[in-house]
Design a protein around this ligand. Structure first.
Ligand code: RFL
Length: 404
């Protein structure tokens, strides 16, 4: 490939141009390569950035099954830990749910997302996969026409045009695939109205369970990420700046909401990462627009309250790989025709459970002192009580909590 003499975009091609090297794009790339489908991954960030981005940690059993099915689970079996207990702490006391023994008896595997990304990247490179880091997709063009292509910017700033038969938009919530959707694409949005200060502490977990604290001052969460790193969340007001509180203030607030005085101290350590997350969600419908197909966060955003995002990304990547392989290896587009409806069924189930979980854990912000607040707080209390006492409710919770 050479740069056009007149400075126009140079041209390259692949049967499938995958945008984004997150869990969705990297799994898709691996599965396409394994099926003998020609593809390339374009990734806006640098390799170092991609390998160090700490996000999810709780992998659903279905995610592990998918990775197993394709021989991509060695790392998580070696270094991941299974996990099956969560603990709710409220003004009425605390209770534990051993969800690994409830419902279908399934457990999470705790394995940091950046480790999964690193495994997938390594396997993709070993298989000879093409990937361009530091290359930002700017627009997907002619997706419903005869010459679908992606205009991208190379690391040196020069434009490049990638022709493909299909474009897989796996470039997340702020990616180019979403910006390139035609006007008939619908984006259903919902704002849970809640924000979290997300924290990563270089400290061992403080309890052997996922901790959910429901407190008058707001929700607090505790999730192990490994023996030396723990994720904490503190509900905060919208517009809160992540740097507003000192580390001391953060630990005091966590102690208070997690009721450390009653249930034991939290193990402190330096806060190595912090950021504010607004709990919003959306779903794009449909997920196919001609040759452009969306997967992962590009297809749907779920608020992190129920840890569904990375798991949906893996599930959709497998469905999309199957569908693209059918189209390119067998000249059969039936799978692509079904892709959107099949994925959306899982997406809406995940959204529904996330909505339920968000309602369980939070007071409605801004309405704490309003007329309806007592009613809402009492409903939440009744819901927690039902979860504490009803085996049927616990089985339902377990099935939805670990499932996608
Ligand atoms: P990603 O991981 O965002 O990857 C998208 C990639 O696309 C690149 N990109 C572009 N590349 C080229 N051109 C462009 N124009 C581009 N624009 C963007 C980006 O650099 C990036 O590399 O999307 P993907 O693959 O769909 O995966 C989704 C998951 O990352 C996400 O759903 C989860 O992290 C959500 N999530 C959790 N999910 C779980 O299942 N379990 C959890 O425990 C969990 N914890 C979390 C989470 C998300 C969090 N944040 C981000 C709010 C905890 C947190 C704090």
């Amino acid at each position: 490939m050479t740069q056009d003499q007149k400075g126009r975009a140079s041209r390259e091609s692949a049967d499938v141009v995958v945008l984004g090297a997150g869990p969705a794009g990297l799994l898709l790339g691996n599965l396409l390569l394994a099926a003998g489908v020609d593809c390339v991954i374009l990734e806006r960030a640098t390799r170092t950035h991609v390998l160090n981005r700490a996000r999810a940690g709780f992998l659903a059993p279905n995610t592990v099954r998918i990775l197993d099915r394709h021989g991509l689970a060695d790392g998580l079996h070696r270094d991941g830990r299974t996990h099956g207990t969560c603990e709710f702490r409220t003004a009425d006391g605390r209770f534990r749910l051993d969800y690994g023994t409830l419902g279908r008896g399934e457990r999470h595997t705790v394995y940091p997302q950046q480790n999964l990304v690193s495994d997938l990247l390594e396997r993709y490179a070993e298989a000879g996969g093409r990937i361009r880091f530091d290359t930002e997709a700017l627009a997907v063009q002619d997706a419903s026409g005869r010459h679908p292509h992606v205009i991208a910017r190379e690391p040196d700033g020069r434009p490049v045009r990638w022709d493909g038969r299909y474009v897989a938009g796996c470039d997340g919530r702020h990616g180019c695939a979403r910006r390139s959707l035609p006007p008939n694409a619908v984006r259903h949005r919902h704002d849970h109205g809640v924000s979290w200060l997300g924290l990563l502490a270089e400290a061992p977990p403080s309890l052997d369970a996922v901790g959910y604290a429901v407190h008058d001052r707001g929700f607090a969460g505790h999730m192990a990420r490994g023996p030396h790193v723990t994720r904490y969340y503190l509900q905060c007001r919208r517009g809160f700046s992540a740097d507003s509180w000192s580390e001391e203030r953060i630990w005091e607030e966590l102690d208070l909401r997690m009721r450390a005085e009653e249930y034991g101290p939290l193990r402190r350590g330096p806060i190595i990462e912090r950021g504010v997350v607004d709990l919003t969600c959306d779903v794009v419908e449909p997920l196919r627009h001609g040759s452009l197909l969306l997967a992962g966060d590009a297809a749907s955003l779920t608020a992190p309250a129920a840890a569904k995002g990375a798991n949906l990304a893996v599930l959709e990547a497998e469905l999309l790989a199957e569908a693209l392989t059918g189209a390119l290896r067998r000249n059969d587009e039936a799978g692509l025709d079904r892709y959107s409806a099949r994925s959306l069924a899982f997406i809406w189930r995940a959204q529904e459970f996330t909505q339920w979980m968000t309602g369980l854990l939070h007071a409605i912000p801004g309405q704490e002192r309003s007329e309806g607040s007592f009613f809402h707080a009492s409903l939440r209390r009744a819901r927690l009580d039902s979860l504490r006492t009803s085996r049927a409710h616990q089985d339902w919770f377990a099935e939805n909590y670990v499932g996608v």
